[in-house]
Design a protein around this ligand. Structure first.
Ligand code: UDP
Length: 475
């Protein structure tokens, strides 16, 4: 039996984008779709990462690969297998790449051995599947160790890094030093912003491709007001009677229903129907700063009785490559318990069920739509898909002035950018949008237009096509 797991990906018609794109953009996309079938005839495009669910990379692969398959391209997705020690090391590398020490552990010869052993075992298996001229796209630090073996297998190899920082510090450089020998042989290196590109890599192989969201997935598809509330009621996130079925459309077009409940970890029951919600959706990760969000809300957001904070994240039992989740959720719960009782009951922590990925996505969708203001107070963020998701839903967003968030939000126009270490500024920006409804609504509409123009799947797929066309033509 193999180590790696193949994730099943649907086949979706790229033609559906005609419904949401501007005419010109759709025409360019349709031409790319027509070309892709020929370019990749007889070849497989392998995408390799370390988790089938949870986090932005899994989110994007599911969607982009479905449209690639719908365009007649044999795109596949495999997940590497690793030991708990391997994932502790790669989580350390992830934190370091964001400029934070993480668990503070070393990246020495022992870590190299553990990392290399796992990479070699996965590479052995993958080498048996990959044929010369296939494309292998390796995502993030967990898979960098497979580059060399995939080149030896005759594949065109792209390493894509979804994390990065604007200004590298010693932590960042430590991670680069560790990973660079593994990454270097790749034919191309993809970063989400130019500023994230590492020193010591061949500049000519560096390509910038920002992430994107899927307008039609259960996470982002349109939901009417009654369905939104019914989904939240079914999940136990709002105390209301359902007035419509809690349904959504699955990726394969079949109907889905939200039946599982979220787990609430705060000290009070769910908010009521009339409460206005400030929502942050994130994995339970210190870089998303849940404790900072709780404090900024408690100390600096308007004390109106109908305003509530909801921090929502995946159930911590479920995300295999994230060993810190349960710890961070526990810290968040302690931070809520430490608040004065009057404010405490305004703060809700919710673990969303992950048994059914699409059901989880529908709950996130409803929560983002129901939010009066969406917050993303990350301390580091490669891109921040949750920002684009909220913008697509025409929500007013307050988010950190860092990383890829700055490419999405034009400050004051399509959202508000704040210094995430300044709790007062965060609180004031949220209060501003809570109090100025017309401005918030206008901002939300502009946010949706920006996502339509820049951050949907077609732009992303065309950039991949262009990159792979270029690599194909290389000497
Ligand atoms: N997400 C989710 N369920 C959750 C929490 C997060 O589906 O309970 C999704 C979220 O909607 C987004 C992705 O996980 O699509 C997170 O991507 P982002 O780029 O914001 O951050 P990352 O987790 O990759 O650091």
């Amino acid at each position: 039996m193999g180590l790696m797991i193949e994730v099943q990906v649907a086949r979706l018609a790229p033609e559906r984008f005609e419904q949401v794109l501007e005419e010109d953009s759709y025409r360019r996309f349709a031409a790319g779709v027509a070309r892709a079938g020929d370019t990749f005839a007889g070849r497989v495009i392998w995408n390799i990462n370390s988790t089938a669910r949870g986090g932005g990379v899994a989110e994007m692969l599911q969607s982009l690969l479905s449209y690639a398959r719908g365009a007649g391209v044999d795109a596949r997705w495999m997940v590497i297998e690793g030991t708990p020690e391997f994932f502790a090391i790669t989580k350390r590398i992830h934190n370091l790449l964001h400029g934070f020490p993480g668990d503070g552990g070393p990246l020495g010869p022992h870590e190299r051995r553990v990392y290399g052993d796992v990479a070699d075992r996965n590479a052995d298996e993958l080498s048996r599947l990959v044929r010369p001229n296939d494309v292998v796209i390796l995502h993030d630090p967990q898979t960098a160790g497979l580059c060399r073996a995939m080149i030896d297998a005759g594949a065109v190899v792209v390493w894509r890094c979804h994390v990065g920082v604007d200004i590298p510090n010693d932590e960042v450089r430590t991670a680069w030093r560790f990973l660079r020998p593994y990454v270097k042989p790749a034919h191309a290196y993809v970063f989400s912003r130019l500023g994230y590109a590492w020193s010591g890599l061949d500049r000519e192989r560096i390509v910038v491709i920002p992430p994107s969201i899927d307008a039609f997935s259960p996470k982002n598809q349109d939901l009417d007001g009654a369905t939104t509330l019914s989904i939240l009621a079914a999940a136990g996130l709002v105390d209301a009677e359902a007035t419509a079925p809690a349904t959504f459309e699955r990726e394969d077009g079949s109907p889905g229903t939200v039946v599982r409940r979220a787990e609430l970890h705060g000290t009070s029951g769910p908010p009521s129907l009339v409460d206005r919600l400030v929502v942050q959706v994130s994995r339970w990760d210190r870089l998303k700063d849940p404790v900072g969000v709780i404090r900024a809300f408690a100390e600096h957001v308007t004390a109106d009785d109908d305003v509530r904070l909801m921090l929502a994240g995946p159930s911590t039992r479920s995300v295999a490559d994230d060993p810190e989740g349960a710890e961070v959720l526990a810290e968040s719960r302690e931070a809520v318990c430490a608040l004065p009782p009057r404010i405490r009951r305004h703060v809700h922590l919710a673990s969303l069920p992950m048994d059914d990925r699409e059901e989880n996505a529908a709950i996130v969708n409803a929560l983002q739509r129901h939010a009066t203001v969406v917050l993303q107070k990350s301390l580091a963020e490669g891109f921040g898909l949750t920002v684009a998701e909220a913008m697509w839903k025409a929500r007013p967003v307050v988010a950190s002035r860092i990383g890829g968030i700055q490419d999405q939000i034009v400050d004051g126009e399509t959202g508000l950018l704040v210094d995430p270490t300044d709790g007062r500024a965060v609180g004031h920006a949220v209060t501003e949008l809570l109090q100025d409804h017309p401005r918030a609504e206008h901002m939300g509409q502009r946010a949706r237009n920006r996502v339509r123009a820049e951050f949907l799947g077609p732009r992303h797929l065309l950039q991949y096509l262009e990159l792979l066309d270029g690599l194909q033509a290389r000497p």
